[in-house]
Design a protein around this ligand. Structure first.
Ligand code: AMP
Length: 225
């Protein structure tokens, strides 16, 4: 299965992709995590990407597309993948479609996590992330058992540089301008599955699993199930 998780920053793509990846044993590829890992390691790609990320801007398409198309060739993607944070604009979506077509593959489905803008702002402004396993926490809605420590792996929690109020606003502007048009792009291709993304992560996961049944059985999707 070749799945895409589409949604605004803070919609819960990372959390739901982690559930999906565990359940379906598919590679979870998060473009933002790849950029942050490169930035932490001080690679050329990472340092360049950071200059855009810190401003809340998208990293240029040639860099991003090259990185993802290389990543999906790796052996762990043999059975499929879940893309989280990619594509983020039409050019990226078209490049992905073309690359998959060249190897006789196609996107199976695009899960759009729909969350209202005021909810996105609330989620992003209180977000803390585990430095080791990337599990997200929230200072009000999802606190760790021990302050500053990840419940899952004990890793240190940190606040992303681009989760500062001014940068959050810019990231949302970029999302509405560049990424939201992908909803009609994938609707036009008959691939879009809309899932209500507000509410508790477990409840969203329940809705997502129900929506995925339509992907596994395309006749159910055409009946509108
Ligand atoms: P994320 O972790 O998905 O919120 O991404 C963090 C930042 O990484 C974004 O604000 C962008 O600067 C950059 N980024 C991640 N994915 C992409 C992409 N597909 N295209 C361009 N920039 C991206």
């Amino acid at each position: 299965m070749y799945l895409i998780l589409l949604g605004a920053p803070g919609a819960g793509k990372g959390t739901q992709a982690a559930f999906l990846s565990k359940e379906m044993k598919l590679a979870h590829i998060a473009s933002g995590d790849l950029f942050r890992k490169n930035a932490q390691q001080g690679t050329r790609l990472g340092l360049l990407a950071k200059t855009y990320m810190d401003k809340g801007a998208l990293v240029p398409n040639d860099i991003t597309i090259g990185m993802i198309l290389e990543r999906i060739k790796e052996p762990d993607c043999g059975k499929g993948f879940i893309l989280d944070g990619f594509p983020r604009n039409n050019e990226q979506a078209e490049a992905l479609e073309k690359a998959l077509k060249e190897v006789g593959k196609d996107i199976t489905g695009v899960i759009y996590l729909k969350v209202a803008e005021d909810e996105l702002l609330k989620r992003l402004s209180g977000r803390w992330i585990c430095q080791s396993c990337q599990t997200p926490y929230h200072e009000v809605a999802a606190r760790p058992k021990v302050a500053g420590k990840c419940d899952k792996c004990g890793g240190k929690l940190y606040q992303r540089d681009d989760d500062k109020p001014e940068t959050i606003k810019k990231r949302l502007v970029e999302y509405f301008k560049q990424t939201q048009p992908l909803i009609s792009f994938y609707t036009g291709r008959g691939k879009l599955l809309e899932v209500e993304g507000s509410g508790e992560a477990e409840a969203v996961w329940g809705s997502l699993k129900a929506a995925l049944k339509a992907v596994k059985s395309p006749s159910a999707r055409s009946r509108g199930a």
